[in-house]
Every structure is written in structure tokens, then in C-alpha cells.
Design a protein around this ligand. Sequence first.
Ligand code: DSN
Length: 429
Amino acid sequence: MAHSPFDAWITGDDEVTSLLAREWTRQTTTVQLIASENFTSPAVMAATGSIMTNKYAEGYPGRRYYGGNQVVDEMEDLARRRLTALFGADHANVQPHSGANANVAVYQALLNPGDTILAMRLDQGGHLTHGSPASITSKIWRFVSYGVTDQSNDPNQPGEIIDVDNLRELAHKERPKLIVAGATAYSRLIEPAIFREIADEVGALLMFDSAHPAGLIAGGSHPNPVPYADAVTFTTHKTLRGPRGGAILCREEHAKKIDGAVFPGQQGGPLEHAIAAKAVAFREAAQPSFGAYTDQVVTNARAFAASLAGEGFRIVSGGTDNHQVILDLRDFDAELTGKVAQEVLDLAGITTNRNQIPNDPRSPFVTSGLRLGTPAETTAGMKEGEFAQIASLIARALRHRDDEAAVATVRGEIAELCSGFNPYANFVS
Ligand code: DSN
């Protein structure tokens, strides 16, 4: 059985050790294409599993409600300093447990209940916290949604990009207090400058939810929203390749309110072990090699999209500028749903998630789309050639989805491919 670096620490608990070993095997013998996942460095994992997990530290450095925080204060200060330097921001809050918490904290800090927020439609790529009826956000604030342009057959302007005219029109009509830029299932560049321009036209604040592209921004592959936005929120575990968690960057004028909204507004004790791991990740993201990594993430996504198009899939928006490729499965096979594709690919050792596409006639549970991402396997060292191979294996598994032996053959080929690209190979004993 494969071992993870942590097995030695968990002696005498066979159930947990065995589950960890199984997950270790799953992650390293199948292909990870969830666009919001990555492989952290062993240093990030070690900090996440460190002694900092023992400490209560409600408050902020120098202003805690518990004793014994001398070292923790230095650690949180280090994480804040590294993060403000990485993005050139005035102020950082590294305590949010997730991107969702970070978003709600910004709303809570900058708005009153009932204020209007203009954000992206969930079924066209937005996030639950951008006003989904299922999210607490829609019960506290009034959301108005912008979407994407219609699909077109012109290969030079395929459509399905943020409809800036509609965004501007809605902003002028609704006069939102806050405009939210950012998405979770959108493969095109989101230009911060145009959002700032529209926000200024109507006197709105601007929040940039950069949960997905944060690493691409840190690596210099995408433009930095910090000079344009009042607040920038993100998760630390997607393209940024850190531990699970969130963070907020903001202008100095909003710092006190945003800190107060995170704690005591929403959260209790910060996860100082996660903050230690965030500090590690921010340092890693500041290295020149991280920029080479994020450039490769985008290069791989473009190559992947081209290969998938060659297999007969329609690529939503005609391509990608980031780490995501969103497939419309209907051209490939009108009967194939996102749900079935995800399940078949799981059996084939290819981990993906189903996703609604713009104007999807199917429900969010079934969907006509599949979201794919390149961050994790790029960390493992895969390049354009490997992504072309994965595209062909995806198509083969889906074409022969009723043939168990054919799907099992794909799984074998995937395992063979992964054996050459295990990001933790040096740690397997
Ligand atoms: N779960 C995240 C994603 O997969 O994009 C959004 O919160």
C-alpha cells in the first residue's frame, strides 16, 4: 500500500491511516482536473499539520483575547506582510476560513442589509455567494445579476463572454452600492479596469472575487485587480496552490471595517495552522518559478481546449484565457449529460465536475456541461502533450461509456500516465 508523508504520525489508528492511504492512491494514480483543486507543496502540508493548530488566537496580532500569542502574532504578521507584498495591496486579512466567508465579510463590512449588489449569474459562471437563492447572501442583500453574451457561430467572436453592455446598463438602472467581478466557471479574462470604470460611473464600490485566478495574478499571467478594486477576495487553495482557506486584500480606508467583519463579525478563533501554511504558500508564489508555473497552466489549458475541440466537444466561449476549459457536451453526444460524463470519467480515473453552461436546458444537478482545469496536473509536471493525451482518453471513455472493459482500459492508461507525474513521488515509501 502507498504511504503518505503523514502516516508515521498516525500510529495506532488503522481506520484513519487506511483512508489516508486510499486518498493518497486516488490522488496520485488518477488525473485531477477539478479547476479549483491543486497539489500543495509538502511544506504547505507540513505547516497545515503543525503545532499552530493548538492555539486560540481570537483577535488580531497585538490585540488578542487570549494569552500566549507572541509567536502566533509574528506568524500572522508574516502571512499578512507576504500577502500585501505579493499583490501590492494596502491591507490583508488572512483569517477567512474560505472564499465564501471572505465574500460575506466584505459585504458585511461595506454594505447595509438590503443594499443592492450587482454580480454574475450563478448559472452563467458566478458563485453561490454572488446572490444564489440558496445562499444567506440573497436573504440579506438585494442582488441583480449580469450574464454573458449569446453564443455565436462566428469563430472570431464566439460569444459567451461577460456582457459589458448589459453590465453597464444594469449598473446605471439599479445603482448598486457594490459591483462584484469574478466567477467560478468562466474561462475568459476578467478585465478589472472595465469594472472599475463602470463602478465609478454609478458611484459603486468594487469587489473582485479572484478565488479562481488568484494564482494566475500572483504569477503575473493575469492582470492584478488590486489597483482597481476596493476589496479583492480569494481562496488560497486553487491556482494559488496553498492550504484550503480564504483571504481578503483591501484599501486602507476599508481595513478596519473588513477586519471587524471577519472577526468578531463572522468567525471565532482563526485557524493559525492554516495561516502558517498560507504564509508558506505566499512565499512560494513570490518565486520566479511560480510565474513559469502559472504561464504553463494557461498554455496547458489552451492546448487541452484545442485537443478537446478536435475530439468533437464544443468549448464554451470558443477557448480559454485561464486555467479552465468548459465543455458543452451536446455537440459530442446529444444524450450525454454532465452528470453521466462525470460518473463515467470517475470510473476511468479522470476527476472532473459537471457544470451548467450558459442557457443550459438541464438542471444544475444534471447539466449539459463539464468544467475541467489544468492547475493540479500542471503542478505534477504535465505539459501540452499529456493534456492532448488526456483529451483523447476523455473522448474514448465517453464514447464507449457503456463498455466496462473499454472504460477500464482507459483507467489503466491513465494510471500509467500518472505514474510518471506523481507530485509527491519522493515521499512515497
Ligand atoms: N467550489 C468552488 C469551485 O469549485 O469553483 C467554488 O466555491
